[in-house]
Ligand binder design. Structure first.
Ligand SMILES: [Zn+2]
Length: 54
């Protein structure tokens, strides 16, 4: 599966998340931002930046 971080535009390593599903929350391993999974369609994964209220 492929996910491009909406913040840093790098490819996020999803091999750490073998059971990834929509509404899961992961962390970008490049910029450390928190991402909420929106949709998984085949190999393409989309995510949105989660506002942690900082
Ligand atoms: Zn990132």
């Amino acid at each position: 599966m492929n996910l491009i971080c909406p913040e840093c535009k790098n490819k996020v390593d999803l091999t750490r998340f073998p059971n990834l599903a929509p509404a899961d929350v992961i962390e970008c391993d490049h910029c450390g931002i928190t991402l909420g999974i929106e949709n998984i369609s085949g190999e393409e994964v989309t995510a949105e930046i989660v506002d942690e209220g900082k």
